[in-house]
Design a binder for this molecule. Sequence first.
Ligand code: HEC
Ligand code: HEC
Length: 388
Amino acid sequence: MKNVLSWILIVFLTVSLLNNCFSNSVRKETKERISFLARLRELYSSGDSSKWPKPVLDPEARPYFSDIGHLPDIQFPKDNPYSEDKALLGKTLFYDPRLSKSDQIACASCHDPELGWCDNRTFSFGHNRQLGTRNAMSILNVAYARTLFWDGRAASLEEQSEMPIRDEREMNGHIDLAAGKIAKIKGYELLFERAFGDKTVSKDRIAKAIAAFERTVRSGTSRFDQFIDGNAAVFSDDELMGLHLFRTKAQCMNCHSSGYFSNNQFENVGTSLLGSKEEDPGRYLVTKNPADAGKFRVPGLREVTRTGPWMHNGSMKTLTEVIRFYSRGNPEHSQKRTTIHEGITLTSEKSGFVRLLELTDEEIAQLEAFLHTLSSKPETVIPPALPQ
Ligand code: HEC
Ligand code: HEC
């Protein structure tokens, strides 16, 4: 009996000793984690980005890299300077369905401010409800894009604006016809006169006014901006960790860098589905260089929570799905990597910057929490009165 009792005592003492050691180490770990987070918070919200931890970058990414931060001021080109009157004319044209052949479809039909300046559809529908093959891009912060469209086929906003007017699946018209229709609308005379000095309507003026308006569509201050300016309390620990992961372990900044969260380069992240019915050779269609097959313009990530579904084909319905895809190193199905396009064999070669990241579920959630801090409060946009 005595023996049994002493055994019980020994077991009890051992267990409580082990337990004590274990909880001590957990406590130590928790303490270390808390002080690591406090230190990160202090550095990132110091108001001085030179104090931030060093980013994890590939050497090949450096030439196009500048750290994430605030959006710089908008630059207007010399041959199309800003004026309030020009932007108002541009906004009016942007909302005017008379630029389309059917008088039914305006730029704002697919780029709706209430839907993050895109349409939140997988593919847009335009003339006669025909579906396009690409996901509508938001025009928010488009002033910072160096080329336009997923494949960069337009070099400036001035050049871009006539493309949807002409596209038979979008507005199905012609810029000359559209300009002719606008010239017949009396109410436009004053708007053109104020914007350009006289009431002449030309396609060049239409393009310039729309472009000037689009450049003004810019994000307001996001929580990310407030945090890096020194407002340390606006980020939760998860958002803070997400920011740190974005700059380090997850290596997103190899491509999504600068205040615009894009380096404006073309990259292949394994989304082109070459060889399937849904294939899109992307940048190749513009350059005809086989090395560009499957590359798309790196999109900026400000406001990204408002612009889903995501990717050039709207194939990803949640941001978790996007981040999981990156975490797995963007696997491409071997049968969806090669195609014969107009007699040329094209093979998708994924960028060396995308690789197996093996992020934990917690890290994936933290990255997503961070992406949410990049959205600003949507502004209320009042549609302009259409001139008669
Ligand atoms: C039927 C829907 C539709 C209409 C109408 C439409 N767009 Fe778009 N817009 C799109 C789609 C889809 C894309 C992406 C196409 C691509 O990359 O090939 C796009 C891309 C853009 C881009 C490029 C953004 C970037 O970041 O590169 C701009 C700018 C733009 N549209 C402006 C306009 C203007 C201006 C008009 C009116 C003259 C207009 N859009 C009419 C669907 C539309
Ligand atoms: C190799 C360059 C590269 C890296 C690294 C990269 N991205 Fe991307 N990202 C792209 C390109 C290119 C696209 C557009 C692909 C497409 O449309 O098919 C994209 C698209 C996205 C989109 C969808 C945006 C939209 O408007 O549809 C999100 C969100 C995104 N990336 C987040 C991330 C995150 C988070 C990381 C880090 C885990 C990351 N990216 C790493 C190049 C990159």
